[in-house]
Design a protein around this ligand. Structure first.
Ligand SMILES: *Cc1c(COP(=O)(O)O)cnc(C)c1O
Length: 388
């Protein structure tokens, strides 16, 4: 108990204590708290699909037909034709042989990595990879080598030095990074994985639905589908729903069905959610203007910030505004909140010391006038605080 009390005390003194804040509801890029409206730059509903009428009616129809719970895991009686349809559709969408649905992206990474790797294997992982990847690696008991963020020279250095000491090796990276909104150097990574005989798993959580001709992600955009072994992603971000997928060769998918513990030992997703996910994929196909507008607006937002002399990275719908000091960032996020923007400070240890930032997650519903006003609000708030 002492340890717990001490932990909480430390969190509070360091300004890192977290609390839950229940929202009333959300719609069209806005979120309501205590009856007050905020423009939401913290959500991942990038295409604004979570309240799309087609998604909602597909879910309601499936609820009437199938009831709510799946009532068992997939390997018992929780499996349904809808699950198989979604797996087929996802595999086609991503251009791979087979697909498998996981209950969330977190469970997917945990279950995939811990099934693929074991003690005596090596895993090469980008330093900024998501916590679910890190936890999957820990659970696998493989030896972890972290390469500097998006640094293929460092990755190659590690591969050269370490690869031949291990029988099997896996390289893992996100394709769009959640904290910096930057893209991984996929082509270079693919070449390294081939040269050093590794498997490659990529996480398209923030890319699915947005990049590539058919919106399937960065792997498609870069034309590297054939050369990436496993691609995972979630239905919970741009696709506005819930659950996750992995696609790859039939043999690997069969292996995961038989060995991935987070897949085997968890109740299947409700058929209504699966039905929503099927509809999400259709919406990505039928409404490509959403992703086009989103990326154009993100480019506009970055341009406007650069005009005001902010240095802005990346080309994605995630726009980090790096301000440096944690205090500065917390203060700005509070002031923006007072002006009706819901945006969170990202601070160490999530990002390196001296790189505290506000992270803006853009949505299709954030029109240019909103973004323009936001930039001018940011500037006037920063100006105000330096005058004081
Ligand atoms: C959000 C996220 C996940 C987890 O997905 P959930 O479906 O929310 O569990 C995994 N990887 C990355 C990179 C993410 O951003």
């Amino acid at each position: 108990m002492d340890r717990i009390v001490e932990f909480l005390r430390l969190r509070k003194t360091k300004n890192l204590f977290r609390i839950l804040q229940p929202a009333n509801f959300r719609k069209e890029g806005k979120v309501y708290f205590n009856g007050k409206k905020y423009i939401d730059f913290s959500a991942n509903d990038y295409l604004g699909l979570s309240t799309h009428s087609r998604l909602l009616s597909a879910t309601q129809d499936a609820l009437k037909t199938f009831g709510l719970g799946a009532c068992a895991s997939r390997l018992l009686s929780g499996d349904s034709r809808l699950h198989h349809q979604l797996e087929e559709k996802t595999a086609i969408f991503k251009g791979k042989e087979r697909g498998l649905i996981f209950n969330s992206g977190y469970q997917a990474n945990l279950g995939i990595i811990s099934a693929l790797c074991r003690s005596g294997d090596a895993i090469f992982s980008d330093r900024l990879n998501h916590a679910s990847i890190v936890d999957g690696i820990l659970l696998s008991r493989a030896r972890l080598f972290r390469f500097q963020h998006n640094d293929v020279t460092h990755l190659e250095l590690l591969l050269k030095k370490e690869r031949n000491k291990f029988k099997q090796a896996l390289i893992v990276t996100e394709t769009i990074f959640s904290m910096d909104g930057d893209k991984c150097l996929l082509k270079a990574i693919v070449e390294l994985k081939e040269r050093y005989n590794c498997q490659l798993l990529v996480d398209e959580a923030h890319a699915t639905g947005i990049f590539g001709r058919s919106g399937s992600g960065i792997v498609e955009e870069q034309g590297l589908t054939e050369r990436v072994d496993l691609i995972m992603g979630t239905f919970s971000k741009a696709l506005g729903s819930f659950g996750a997928y992995v696609v790859g060769e039939k043999t690997i998918i069969d292996y995961l069905i038989n060995s991935s513990r987070s897949f085997i030992y968890s109740t299947a997703l409700p058929p209504a959610i699966i039905s929503a996910n099927l509809t999400s994929l259709e919406l990505v196909r039928d409404e490509p203007a959403r992703r086009k507008t989103l990326l154009e607006n993100a480019a506009f937002f970055r341009r406007e910030l650069k005009k005001r002399r902010f240095s802005i990275k990346g080309r994605a719908q995630i726009v980090p505004l790096v301000l440096g000091e944690t205090k500065k960032v917390i203060s700005l996020s509070r002031k923006l909140r007072d002006r009706g923007y819901w945006v969170f400070p990202i601070r160490p240890p999530t990002v390196p010391q001296g790189q505290a930032r506000l992270r803006f997650s853009l949505s299709y519903d954030h029109k240019r006038e909103i973004l323009k006003k936001l930039v001018s609000d940011i500037c006037s708030l920063i100006h105000e605080s330096t005058l004081r």
